[in-house]
Write a protein that binds this ligand. Structure first.
Ligand code: 0O2
Length: 247
C-alpha cells in the first residue's frame, strides 16, 4: 500500500470512530460532485496557463525576451468558497458557486514590464474561444491602498469526454514590481499577531508609488534598448547598402 493509500485508510478509520457509515456515505455523495466541479475549474486554469505559455514562447522568438516572468495558479479552497457565499448571503450549492463566484480558478501572470501586461491581455482576449466577462484595470486606476494589477474574468471552454463546458477563470496580470508589493502588503495586512496601523497603510501606499516609478523607469530603459536596436539595425542595412554600392 502506498503512503497516500495508507493516509486514506487512516482518515477513514478516524472518521469511522466519530461518524457512522450512513453519514460517511452522505458525505461522499455530497463531495463527489464538488470535487468534480473543482476539477473542471482546474482544467480551465490549465487551458489559460497553456495559452499564456504559448504567447510567451511566441513573443520570446519574435522579440528575443520573455514577457512573462512566472505564472501562478490556485484553486479557491472549500472553506474560502463557503465563507464567500455566506458573506454574500448566497446558497451553498454547486450551481450557486458556478453562477456567483468568478474567482474559483485563479491564474496570476507576472510580467516583466507594464507594456507586457497589456500586450498579453490583448492577445489572450483576441482568441476566439475566450469570452471576456469583466475587466478591472487597477493599473490605470490603482486602488486607494496603492494596489496595481489588471484583473480579467474570462470564460473558456473545456472539452470533456461527452460535453463542452464554459468555465470562468480570474486572471490577474501584473509586473514583478506590482507582485512584489502585493505579496508583501498581503503578508503585512493579514499578520495575525500585530495591528495594521494607518501609518503603516500610508507607508505601504508610498511604497506602491515607488514600485510604480520603478516600473516606469525600467520601461524607459526598455524603450531605449529598442531605439538603440533600431539604430543598429538601420546602420546595418545602411552598411549593407553601402557595401552593395561599392561592390
Ligand atoms: P485570493 O486568495 O488572492 O484570491 P471579489 O473577488 O469580486 O469578491 P473584489 O475585491 O471586487 O472581490 O475583486 P477584485 O478587486 O477583482 O480583487 C480580487 C483579488 O485581487 C483578491 O482576491 C486578491 O488576490 C487581489 N487583490 C485585490 N485587492 C488587493 C489588495 O489591495 N492587496 C492585495 N495584496 N491583493 C489584492 P482575494 O479573494 O482577496 O484573495
Amino acid at each position: 500500500m502506498s503512503e497516500w493509500n495508507q493516509e486514506d485508510e487512516n482518515i477513514k478509520t478516524r472518521m469511522l470512530s466519530i461518524v457512522d457509515d450512513e453519514t460517511i456515505d452522505w458525505m461522499q455523495r455530497k463531495s463527489v460532485p464538488f470535487i468534480r466541479l473543482m476539477s473542471y475549474y482546474k482544467c480551465a486554469m490549465m487551458e489559460i496557463e497553456t495559452k499564456f505559455n504559448v504567447l510567451n514562447e511566441e513573443y520570446s522568438l519574435e522579440f528575443d525576451r520573455n514577457p512573462i516572468s512566472s505564472i501562478k495558479t490556485r484553486l479557491k479552497n472549500p472553506r474560502s468558497i463557503k465563507e464567500k457565499l455566506e458573506r454574500r448571503g448566497l446558497p451553498l450549492t454547486l450551481s450557486s458557486i458556478e453562477e456567483n463566484l468568478y474567482d474559483i480558478a485563479g491564474v496570476r501572470v507576472i510580467c516583466s514590464f507594464p507594456e507586457d501586461v497589456y500586450a498579453l491581455s490583448k492577445a489572450l482576449l483576441m482568441q476566439d474561444d475566450i469570452t471576456l466577462i469583466e475587466k478591472k484595470d487597477y493599473i490605470k486606476t490603482p486602488k486607494t491602498n496603492g494596489y496595481r494589477s489588471l484583473h480579467l474574468i474570462a470564460a473558456i471552454p473545456i472539452f470533456l469526454a461527452h460535453e463542452k463546458r464554459m468555465m470562468k477563470v480570474e486572471i490577474q496580470l501584473r509586473t514583478i514590481a506590482m507582485d512584489f508589493w502585493a505579496s508583501l502588503e498581503h503578508q503585512l495586512r493579514y499578520k495575525k499577531d500585530s495591528e495594521f496601523t494607518p501609518e503603516m497603510a500610508e507607508e505601504l501606499y508610498r511604497c506602491a508609488n515607488l514600485s510604480a516609478e520603478l516600473d516606469r523607469r525600467m520601461e524607459g530603459l526598455l524603450k531605449k534598448t529598442k531605439q538603440n536596436n533600431n539604430v543598429s539595425e538601420h546602420s546595418e542595412s545602411m552598411a549593407e547598402m553601402v557595401g552593395s554600392l561599392n561592390g
